[in-house]
Design a protein around this ligand. Sequence first.
Ligand code: SF4
Length: 318
Amino acid sequence: MLPKGANLQKIRDGNRTYAITPHLPGGFIKPDLMRKYADVAEKYHGVMKLTSAQRVMITGLKAENIEEIWEELGMEPAMGFANCVRSIKMCPGNVFCKRGKQDSIKLGMELDKLYHKKEMPSRMKFGVAGCQNSCAEVHVKDIGVIGTDLGWDLYVGGSAGAHPRLADLLIEGLDYDEVLHIVDVIVKYYQKNADIERMGQFIDRVGLKKFKADVLAAFYQGVSQTTQPLVPQSPENRDIVPVPGGLTEGTLVFGDKITADSIISDIVRIYPQTVPVFRSFGMGCLGCPSATGEAVRKAADIHGLNLNEIIASLNKVI
Ligand code: SF4
């Protein structure tokens, strides 16, 4: 059995050595901790190595020393288990970098607090960059955000490694709370619907159009249903954020124009902002499953309304 929080390294001449990697959110380390790190590495004849996840690994260690090394460091291992959120990589953002447009440290630290080591269908990595230069490699992260003059742009499905995939842009111009809200929606959707597959593989399997439709519908539904801050700041009350029900079943998907043949239940699910429009035409029967299972054409006929006028009004708000 592996010692606590340790990775077996290459076996040389039959000798096994191990590496440990403490969790170091954002790669920030105070000078006194850095000294302690170095003292511990030296004491146990280890070698320090900077990792791509903004951490400091100590390698070349013996199994019998691992327990006391953790005690001396007083830190927690960065690695949980195989399928979890492995890392949240963040750049210095506008706190330190002259090019920064947004505070990637504040957002990155919050994401780290909420998601690091959370169980997922496969391994997952986050990236948070303060500007388009994307020093946190957002385009090869499962979930990533990039700061702009207008807020945050959110990307999904990137990965490096043996099967590299560039992330897809999901939505632009979010504020801080909206980023936390949509990440919560994406994570719950992925946990509910994905097999053992990275975010990008999941998106390729279900189709980006469907993925976008479901996630954005749930996101906008949350926006329209609450006057409170969109995202609660503590893990305890995160459950109030709406959860996407699953993959879309209707024919209408996010981005489509509404037509006379569009089904009302599909319309209000994909575009919840159309509810007041239906009501303004006197169609207050949106809670009735049989009524909402009809096409707009039939509902207009039943209510004696001008079909073209309804369609134009609905398309105006989407
Ligand atoms: S991504 Fe932009 S803000 Fe962040 S370190 Fe790079 S240049 Fe600076």
